[in-house]
Structure formats: structure tokens, C-alpha cells
Design a protein around this ligand. Structure first.
Ligand code: DGL
Length: 276
């Protein structure tokens, strides 16, 4: 038995953790941010897989029976490989879930004209995962994507509220909207982006909905645990949360306060390459 592991390349997964804790406060959580190697967005498939697998193994070794990849880039580039190749051989009773599937299942419910915009990292956009997955659940939808390679570095360095940072963000939103004038729903398909939601809402025309993933993922996890009572019984429930980072923990604690209402005391770890 153990906590639910929540993994992200850096701080973005904290936006998911926040909503998961609101939905499921009784569970224990272990958050891991690979801040030392963030951002993942422009890294190759092989590298994202390697780093994500190291993080999953670390969380398993620390007692997690289940890990949520609270990172779209990892979900798009590593999850399938981990689920199909690593878990059956090496950890058949453990589970790894992502943020992409829950979002693509429900995003069709938000649009009235079936034109959906996706803002994400370069890695997520190039994987085409959102285009492919949304078509499965909303076949009539037209999906328009735009990659924002500067947004994660801006957010990780807390420069997204500066005038220059806002100008970059505005330009990217405008580029997405120029792809099709009918876009009425924008999914923030990177877990870092919810910190920009209020600002993005001031840029988009009236009638365009800006959707972040936290509540969607939290509801999906809650449903999953109801449908999987054996996994649920393996998740400890004392309402605790602990934080691990691969960077300086003092820096992590300071920056994490921009994403969470709580004060945080994290621990620095290294992620060794484990061959299994
Ligand atoms: N939060 C990660 C995501 O959702 C950011 C990826 C990155 O590190 O570039 O994609």
C-alpha cells in the first residue's frame, strides 16, 4: 500500500495535484517534479520516455501502487510505451495513467461548433495525440493545434507575468485563433498553462471557452478508483502530501507557492538510471 504518485517535468503537475486533492482529499500523494531536466517539451520521444520511466520507477520504489503522469508531454510520448512494454513485464500489478485520455474524452462536450483549439508544448503537438484521440470520442470535431515552446520556460522562471512574457503569450494565442475563426473552445493541453488561464481569457474573443485539465483529470481519477476497488484499497488514505524535486528544494518550495495555496517542504532527490 502507498500514496498516489503524481509526476511532472516540473511545477505544472501541481495544478493537477491541487484539483485531485480537492476531489479526493482523503488519499495520500507523493509529487515528483523533474525540475532539473525540465522542460521536456522539445525533447525527443526516446529522452522523454527514458526520463519518465525513471520517475515512475522511483515513485514505485517509494511505495506508490499507481502513478499519474500529470504532464501532457510524458502522457503523449511515454505513457503508451510504459503501459504496453514496461508494466506487463516489470510491475504487472501497478498502474500508470495520464492526462490526455481524460481530457480528450470530454472536450467535445464544451464546443458548440466542433472547432477545438489545442495549446501545448512542441512535443505534445508533434505527437498529434490530441488530434487522434479527440477524433475517437468526437468524430465530428476539427482540432487546431498550436505549439508554444516558450511558455513552459517562461512559467518555470516565473517570467510569464512580465510585459515581455505576456506579449509572447498573446502572440501564440492569436496564432492559434488565426488557424480557424470558428474555434470556440481552447484546451490548455499542458499542465503548466492553468497559471495563464485568467490572462488568456482576457485575450480571447467573447464566447471562446478556455478549459484547463485539473478538474477533468480529478473527476476521471475518482471514477477510476470507484471502478477499480482493488487498486483503491492499495492507496493509503491519511490525507498527506509529500514533494520530491530533482532540483534545489528551497527553490522548489518558493516557486511551488505560485501553483498551490499550501506552503511546501520538498526533498531533493536524484533519478538514477535503473535497469530492470
Ligand atoms: N507540464 C508539462 C506538460 O504538460 C510541461 C512539459 C515540459 O516540461 O515542457 O506538457
Amino acid at each position: 500500500m502507498g500514496p498516489i504518485g503524481i509526476f511532472d517535468s516540473g511545477y505544472g503537475g501541481l495544478t493537477i495535484l491541487q484539483d485531485i486533492r480537492k476531489e479526493l482529499p482523503e488519499y495520500d500523494y507523493l509529487y515528483l517534479g523533474d525540475n532539473a531536466r525540465a522542460p521536456y517539451g522539445s525533447r525527443s520521444f526516446d529522452r522523454v520516455f527514458e526520463f519518465t520511466l525513471q520517475a515512475v520507477q522511483e515513485l514505485f520504489d517509494r511505495g506508490c501502487e499507481m502513478v499519474i503522469l500529470a504532464c501532457n508531454t510524458s502522457s503523449a510520448k511515454a505513457l503508451r510505451n510504459i503501459q504496453q512494454n514496461y508494466l506487463p513485464e516489470s510491475a504487472p500489478d501497478k498502474r500508470v495513467l495520464g492526462v490526455l485520455r481524460p481530457s480528450t474524452e470530454v472536450i467535445g462536450q464544451f464546443t458548440t461548433n466542433h472547432h477545438i483549439g489545442i495549446l501545448a508544448t512542441q512535443g505534445t503537438v508533434s505527437s498529434d495525440s490530441y488530434v487522434i484521440e479527440i477524433k475517437k470520442f468526437s468524430p465530428q470535431s476539427k482540432v487546431h493545434q498550436h505549439a508554444c515552446p516558450l511558455w513552459v520556460p517562461l512559467i518555470e522562471n516565473n517570467e510569464h507575468t512580465t510585459e515581455a512574457g505576456r506579449e509572447f503569450i498573446k502572440k501564440d494565442v492569436e496564432k492559434l485563433l488565426l488557424k480557424n475563426k470558428n474555434i470556440d473552445t481552447i484546451l490548455l493541453a499542458c499542465t503548466h498553462y492553468p497559471v495563464l488561464k485568467d490572462y488568456i481569457e482576457t485575450i480571447v474573443p467573447d464566447g471562446v471557452a478556455v478549459i484547463s485539465q485539473g478538474k477533468i483529470v480529478a473527476k476521471s481519477l475518482s471514477d477510476y478508483l470507484l471502478r477499480h476497488p482493488i487498486m483503491d484499497s492499495k492507496c493509503t488514505k491519511n490525507g498527506t502530501v509529500h514533494f520530491l524535486t530533482t532540483e534545489n528544494h528551497v527553490e522548489f518550495d518558493k516557486n511551488a507557492s505560485h501553483y498551490l495555496d499550501d506552503s511546501i517542504h520538498s526533498t531533493t532527490i536524484t533519478l538514477p538510471n535503473k535497469t530492470r
